[in-house]
Design a protein around this ligand. Sequence first.
Ligand SMILES: [Fe+2]
Ligand SMILES: [Fe+2]
Length: 152
Amino acid sequence: MKRHPALEPFSRDHNGGLFAARKLSQGLAPEEALLEFAELWREEMKDHFDEEERLLGRLCLPGELERLIDEHKRIGALAENGTPAQATTLGKLLNDHIRWEERSLFPAIESRATPEDFDWLERETAALEDRRAELPRNARRAELVKRRRSDG
Ligand SMILES: [Fe+2]
Ligand SMILES: [Fe+2]
């Protein structure tokens, strides 16, 4: 499905999140998968969760916001204190959370946001995209975004 450009930076984060979730869910080398995820959490996902709550919170219905915050808390707790035995649980939570956002929450927000909401959101998520571009692991992503921005 086509994402509104204002939400694309979040969706680009989701690609990395889904990749990490798959690795965690497989249950192979759970220690390694957990360590890798802890790094992604510190460098990107925690910021991602905080920004979703800050930027999308007021565009959510009460039930959606409750679910967003609740799942962020559960995933965050496991990212920071989870044991290898909880790696597959974390992977499943993260996968299902991202799928819910991509399939339900983001389309709902796109259907109710005003042009003014989108303008504001686009400026804010562009700043998030710039932060991501500073990380070496995102070199390809940064290149793609740069090209797209210069195409106007
Ligand atoms: Fe989220
Ligand atoms: Fe998300």
